[in-house]
Design a protein around this ligand. Structure first.
Ligand SMILES: NC(=O)c1ccc[n+]([C@@H]2O[C@H](COP(=O)([O-])OP(=O)(O)OC[C@H]3O[C@@H](n4cnc5c(N)ncnc54)[C@H](O)[C@@H]3O)[C@@H](O)[C@H]2O)c1
Length: 273
């Protein structure tokens, strides 16, 4: 097999949770481009059918709430019935508390961080990944193949540098500063070791798991924050939204056949100094 052929995903079925979001779409586009069948799974009202249509004829979509065990069951049944297999699972869905709205939990100190938000993050980011991996595991074991990619963040790798948020304050109460939530760092940190667990458990069955740890993506954030982020990053910029897709193809394909249990960090150098 040539090197370029190793990166192909011809007719490989890949389920992307939170696939209707900023990065999920770029993964779906890339998987389709190299011959695969991306299944974009997301909540209702996320326009995923339209997204799949735009991506191309092999792209598929389904409504699936990863915080709901029954919804996950139904989703995986759909995949098993329609395709008879699952080659890749991207645990990408994440709960995003409203960033700067009046009731945002981002404007409370750690001591007052709402338990409900903590629990919601755990349910979506972490338990969702666990439940999807359980379902995928049944298919992976049967096939004796399969790859999972769990998405982490710089803030799962190191603590947030709260100083870069200092230009953000609550419009309704300027005395309240922005504090990057503890729940996000916790779930994303857990993704790294959850990946190692899966890698070791799946190895005898021919399946692999790796973690992809990402730095911040430019998405028209507050200009003060963007400046602070750039200053803190050796490459002096945030990532573009399509800069992780090629790595995702690598992780899902034969090109990464000897890689499992790893945490691949792409953060513009954030953790290098
Ligand atoms: N964008 C960044 O700067 C960045 C940086 C590091 C890591 N990440 C990680 O990358 C992943 C994707 O981020 P993004 O920027 O595309 O975010 P996004 O908010 O655009 O996408 C997340 C998607 O998850 C979906 N989702 C939320 N709850 C769900 C649920 N219960 N069931 C199913 N889907 C649900 C949302 O509807 C959304 O489409 C996340 O895990 C995020 O933590 C993003």
């Amino acid at each position: 097999m040539s090197i370029i052929e190793k990166f192909r995903l011809d007719n490989k079925v890949v389920l992307i949770t939170g696939g209707g979001g900023l990065l999920g779409k770029s993964y779906a586009q890339a998987i389709h481009e190299v011959g695969g069948i991306p299944i974009i799974a997301d909540l209702a009202n996320t326009n995923i059918a339209q997204t799949a249509k735009i991506i191309g004829p092999q792209a598929d979509s389904m409504e699936m709430d990863v915080s709901d065990k029954q919804s996950i069951k139904v989703g995986f049944e759909y995949v098993a019935t329609k395709y008879g297999r699952l080659d890749g699972l991207i645990n990408n869905a994440a709960y995003n508390a409203p960033a700067t709205s009046k009731n945002s939990p981002n404007f409370v100190e750690f001591e007052d961080f709402p338990y409900e938000v903590w629990q919601r993050s755990l349910d979506v980011d972490l338990s969702g990944a666990f439940l999807c991996a359980q379902e995928a595991s049944v298919l992976f074991k049967r096939q004796k193949s399969g790859v999972a990619v769990n998405i982490s963040s710089t803030y799962g790798n190191v603590a947030p540098d709260q100083r870069i948020y200092r230009t953000l304050t609550n419009e309704n109460n300027p005395s309240q500063r922005f504090v990057k939530p503890v729940s996000y760092s916790t779930t994303k940190g857990a993704m790294i070791n959850f990946t190692k667990y899966l890698a070791v458990y799946w190895a005898p069955f021919g399946a692999r798991a790796n973690c992809l740890t990402l730095g911040g993506v430019f998405d028209n954030q507050d200009s003060g924050f963007v400046e602070q982020y750039k200053e803190r990053t050796p490459l002096n910029r945030m990532a573009h939204k399509d800069e992780y897709a090629a790595t995702m193809v690598y992780l899902l394909s034969e090109a990464s056949s000897y890689m499992t249990g790893s945490n691949l960090v792409i953060d513009g150098g954030w953790t290098a100094w």
